[in-house]
Design a protein. Structure first.
Lengths: 244, 465
């Protein structure tokens, strides 16, 4: 059986609001699809070699933790960019998402450099953007709703129209609470503010990553999973958000 | 001379408390708040009526249970005391408790005060009244703490006790409490657990305070009692658990709690390792207060769990246990207790996301729900309820529990009925805060209506381990 390795980047430092649930979700679904998936925890002490991974996942963290991590990642940003360009599946949540941009301006005015992979930046302002969020996105040509919970002080602004947001905000704040955009999608990478965690009650997104992983290995998935419970959860939150 | 302003404050407080009780509310914060507005020195002055000692009980989990147990011990030993109600653990709530126990002139003397105190309120409270001792249960990080709030709270407590005479009674197994070692001129005592049969040798994945609070290095553990509580040492600064002044040995959790605290045998109807810690903490404090052992033993043996703290019901001849869960550590502990119970059981979990529960329910993914799939768990059915029953059901599904027996019933009433009526020997009812009291009402009503098995449903007892 072909083995898949998902890198969990800095689980000790970057793991907010149940983010590890995304990995539990991917691992279980892959098991149900008959695939073998290993989660590899990557720490600050390790030499980075992204080419051995089938997917990369990183969650959110505090400013201090983001700084430590960013310094470590900068050593291999070139490799990471090339792999993203060639379609490596990757999910970056909240603080990890912000790090993909050119900089992060803290509330005290301090500017922290990002990895500079995408043309956007983030400014932290007073008043955190907190609450349930509903967005509409298109995955593989099909419209789908995505639900989650956001909790961020940073406002993210795209500086070049060449990059595309993950979706349109129906209810909630999203990237900056102003332009109704949320997150970023580029090839097989998604950056987003959505916690909740994201994937368990949005199985369409979980399968987006799994299919990308299997396609890259030339494996075809024929099985369809029973998502009754996931759909109940998705609809329950969606209805709640729409009624709020 | 009579202090009219003080009397007015006490009268106003007592009146508001009485009115609010008549209206069916607990009314535990408002009376104190108003009274303090009328007479700001009130808490300070009422604190001076305590003739023996004032004790504060603080920490993340277990405050209420521990403080209740201490109050029971004082009651059993014939001492007079004041004790604040569950949840009313900030400055106004504590003021309410004191003003309700005094006379109109505010002069009535009492032996002890046992004050459950919110962690962040400790510095405010000790600015007003001087306790002899602060008991700390544990410090757990949860999802609300990812911005370092716990560290700053611990530091504030540390700062407020340094260069005072206040004694600390600390948990020797909690590495986050090492921070107090470094504080000057403070007298401290430690309680801790010996090796138990329930320890594990590897920690779970969820992020807890497993880093040395003194140097930041990852701690090494030889045993985990639960969460970050265990036998640890720091490879960098070489620090290890402090030696307990009060050591619990021979712990048994199969039928309530049995243990030996130094030379004293303790038996309690409570369940679970976390409650063993609460009892150990309460007993240690009582010994330091000089209470005789026979009173401590009888108070603990007779004290029954209160609402939502492993409170037991008997419905249709089944044992039904109601548990409040509010964070990952609490959920881990409740599930661990449930797994230790050899009965075949149904599990009901109600997850709400009202303000008092926390609007963000993602913490359920930080808990190690996976234990419910172990062979010893003996769970027949899981019923998920509440406003976020769907999220709970998804969490259970991804823990590896077979999806067939997971049922989603958003209505508490239907969910609880179904959990109790379905085949099992016992039922565990887990609820977040805003589902707790409604669930308790349903259980009380069912207990009154059908305490025993209906004859046609009577069966031979199932297999026991």
């Amino acid at each position: 059986m072909e083995k898949f390795i998902i890198a969990h980047m800095y689980p000790d430092l970057m793991n907010l609001y149940g983010d590890r649930g995304n990995l539990l979700c991917l691992q279980k679904r892959m098991e149900w699809y008959g695939l073998n998936c290993e989660i590899k925890n990557i720490s600050l002490h390790e030499d980075l070699e992204f080419s051995q991974f089938d997917m990369i996942f990183m969650g959110g963290g505090s400013d201090r933790e983001q700084n430590l991590v960013c310094g470590h990642l900068l050593k291999r940003t070139d490799q990471l960019m090339k792999l993203i360009e060639s379609g490596l599946p990757a999910l970056f949540i909240c603080g990890a998402y912000q790090m993909l941009g050119s900089y992060y301006k803290a509330q005290d005015g301090n500017v922290i450099d990002g990895l500079g992979i995408f043309p956007f930046h983030t400014e932290c302002r007073q008043g955190r953007l907190i609450g349930n969020i509903l967005i509409e996105t298109e995955i593989n040509g099909r419209k789908t709703s995505v639900v989650g919970f956001e909790n961020h002080g940073g406002r993210t602004y795209f500086t070049d129209p060449i990059i595309k947001s993950l979706g349109k905000v129906i209810k909630g704040y999203g990237n900056n609470g102003e332009d109704k955009t949320e997150g970023l999608i580029y090839k097989n990478l998604i950056g987003t503010y959505l916690h909740g965690p994201l994937l368990p009650k949005n199985p369409v997104l979980a399968d987006f990553f799994i299919h990308n992983m299997t396609d890259r290995k030339g494996i075809k998935l024929n099985r369809v999973l029973d998502d009754t419970i996931e759909k109940i959860a998705h609809e329950q939150v969606k209805n709640k958000i729409l009624a709020e | 001379m009579l202090n009219l302003r003080k009397i007015a404050a006490i009268l106003a407080g007592k009146l508001i408390a009485a009115l609010s009780r008549m209206a069916g509310n607990q009314g535990t914060n408002l009376p104190g708040k108003i009274a303090l507005e009328i007479y700001p020195q009130l808490l300070h002055e009422l604190g001076q009526n305590i003739e023996k000692d004032i004790f504060l009980v603080t920490g993340t989990n277990g405050k209420t249970t521990t403080a209740n147990m201490i109050a029971e011990i004082f009651k059993a030993s014939g001492n007079t005391y004041v004790h604040n109600q569950a949840g009313a653990n900030m400055l106004p709530g504590i003021t309410t408790a004191l003003l309700e126990h005094t006379d109109i002139t505010g002069q009535k003397k009492l032996d002890y005060a046992v004050l459950e105190t919110d962690e962040a309120n400790v510095p405010l409270v000790i600015a007003e009244i001087k306790p002899r001792m602060i008991l700390i249960t544990n410090f757990f990080r949860d999802q609300l703490d990812r911005y370092g709030e716990l560290d700053s709270t611990i530091n504030l407590i540390k700062k407020s006790v340094s260069n005072t005479e206040i004694e600390l009674l600390l948990n020797a197994d909690d590495p986050l409490q090492l921070t107090f070692q470094a504080s000057s001129s403070t007298k401290y005592w430690h309680y801790g657990l010996d090796v138990t049969n329930y320890d594990s040798f590897n920690g779970s994945e969820s992020r807890e305070g497993r880093y040395c609070i003194l140097c930041g290095q990852e701690l090494e553990y030889t045993r985990y009692h639960y969460s970050q509580l265990g036998k640890y040492h720091c490879p960098q600064c070489d620090i290890i658990n402090p030696a307990p002044d009060f050591l619990a040995t021979d712990l048994h959790l199969e039928n309530g709690i049995d243990m030996q605290i130094d030379s004293m045998s303790i038996t309690s109807p409570f369940q679970g390792l976390h409650n063993a810690y609460n009892i150990l903490a309460a007993v240690s404090l009582a010994k330091l207060a000089g209470i005789e052992e026979e009173f401590i033993q009888s108070a603990i043996a007779n004290y029954q769990p209160t609402a939502g703290r492993m409170e037991k019901f008997k419905i249709l001849g089944k044992k039904v246990v109601l548990v409040l869960v509010k964070n990952p550590t609490g959920l881990n502990q409740s599930l661990a207790t449930l797994v230790q119970d050899p009965a075949v059981k149904n599990l009901f979990i109600a997850l709400n996301d009202n303000a008092a529960d926390g609007r963000d329910i993602s913490w359920i993914w930080d808990a190690d729900v996976e234990v419910i799939s172990s062979d010893q768990a003996h769970i027949n059915q899981i019923i998920c309820s509440g406003k976020r029953s769907g999220d709970m059901a998804v969490r259970i599904k991804y823990s590896g529990f077979e999806p067939a027996p997971i049922v989603v019933k958003p209505s508490l009433e239907e969910g609880i009925e179904s959990a109790i009526r379905r085949e099992s020997e016992a039922c565990y009812i887990l609820c977040t805060y805003t589902a707790l009291f409604a669930s308790r009402k349903i259980l009380l009503r069912m207990q009154k209506k059908y305490p025993e098995l209906e004859p046609e449903r009577k069966k031979a007892p199932g297999k026991m381990l």
